[in-house]
Design a protein around this ligand. Structure first.
Ligand SMILES: NC(=O)c1ccc[n+]([C@@H]2O[C@H](COP(=O)([O-])OP(=O)(O)OC[C@H]3O[C@@H](n4cnc5c(N)ncnc54)[C@H](O)[C@@H]3O)[C@@H](O)[C@H]2O)c1
Length: 328
């Protein structure tokens, strides 16, 4: 992965903090930065949902540094940002169902933790902070494809937290002249995404089912659709946003592929890669989920020059072989 670079500056002169760097997206971003010779990549993570395995390949790299800590602790955030040039804030508790089961912890990590990072970054005069926003912010707005400035009411506690992040970031831009970019990710998938546990995402669950020749569970009739986004595209967006020079206000952009795939189509592709012919189990739709989600990516294309370099099908094949090799 990451055969293409998305930057044209020497990364060796800069130090990067990736919060949530032991998680799925954060560890992929860390991999990219180390691969292209970043001066330092420090991660801040409490390993609540991330894993030591995700960062194992970096431990021998002298440019890599691990800060074990909790973003709910402002002092941990202040220590982590010290001496850094750039920050990508990925740490959060993901998952709509998790937030429905435990809204208080999701709120503390995703809102208070986010605010701590904003304050710490502002005070440390870092060059740029990027943060993980979410397509869940579109809530019940009916329009498709989703355009950044048309959002509805949130459908879950998780969606509220991600929207509050945007509100805080917008306010920090106006009040403190501290400008950030929020990346509204749409269903990111790829290597290193956790396939286990109650809150696993659909693609690792489907791949796990195909690899063990078991029927996957589909919530609803399978016609639910998503704009699945291969993780390299999310990494590309982070890199472009970190080095975007012309930022005079807070910006929020969709990060997606711009392609719609139903869950039934998804299972068809995944089961055909493994060459299994299994009918899924259908179960009731989940609370808090939207039926369809598809992004308009023209804003991020115009602002940052982002073009999804890996399409859904190619990303699925790459992801599939990664899980298959891991299983061996
Ligand atoms: N994966 C997606 O499809 C998707 C979609 C929209 C938004 N996002 C957002 O992108 C970001 C990264 O998501 P991911 O899929 O890589 O999730 P992940 O769970 O794999 O990674 C999150 C990381 O944050 C760490 N973390 C959690 N709470 C923490 C705390 N209190 N202090 C320090 N570290 C903490 C976890 O240990 C983990 O390593 C999150 O902010 C998530 O909300 C993800």
């Amino acid at each position: 992965m990451y055969e293409t670079s998305y930057h044209n500056i020497n990364l060796g002169q800069y130090k990067f903090l990736i919060t949530g760097g032991a998680g799925f997206i954060g560890s992929n971003l860390t991999e990219y930065l180390l691969k292209y010779g970043a001066g330092k990549v420090r991660i801040l993570d409490d390993f609540s949902t991330g894993s030591r395995e995700n960062i194992k390949p970096f431990l021998d790299n002298p440019a890599f540094e691990l800060y074990e800590g909790d973003i709910r602790d402002i002092e941990a955030c202040r220590r982590a940002v010290e001496g850094m040039d750039y920050i990508s804030h990925q740490a959060a508790l993901g998952s709509v169902p998790r937030s429905i089961n435990d809204p208080i912890t999701t709120n503390e990590v995703n809102i208070s933790g986010f605010l701590n990072m904003l304050v710490a970054a502002r005070d440390a005069n870092i060059k740029r902070m990027i943060y993980a926003a979410s397509s869940s912010t579109y809530g019940d707005h009916p329009d498709l494809p989703k355009v950044e400035d048309k959002i509805g009411n949130p459908l879950s506690p998780y969606a509220i937290t991600k929207y509050v992040n945007e509100l805080y970031a917008g306010t920090f831009s106006k009040v403190y002249n501290f400008h950030t970019i929020g990346l509204r990710y749409f269903n990111v998938f790829g290597p290193k995404q956790d396939p286990d546990g109650a809150y696993a995402a659909v693609i690792p669950l489907f791949i796990k089912a195909a690899l063990s020749a078991e029927a996957p569970f589909i919530n609803g009739d399978g016609k639910t659709s998503r704009d699945f986004t291969f993780v390299e595209n999310a990494v590309q967006a982070n890199i472009r946003a970190l080095f975007f020079n012309d930022l005079h206000e807070h910006q929020v952009v969709n990060i997606a592929c711009g392609e719609s795939t139903t869950l039934n189509q998804l299972w068809k592709v995944i089961s055909s890669v493994e060459d299994v012919d299994i009918q899924p189990h259908y179960q009731p739709e989940r609370e808090g989920d939207v039926k369809h989600s598809l992004a308009d990516i023209s804003k991020v294309n115009g602002l940052l020059g982002y073009v999804p370099s890996v399409k859904v099908k190619d990303g699925l094949v790459l992801t599939y072989s990664w899980y298959k090799n891991k299983k061996k």
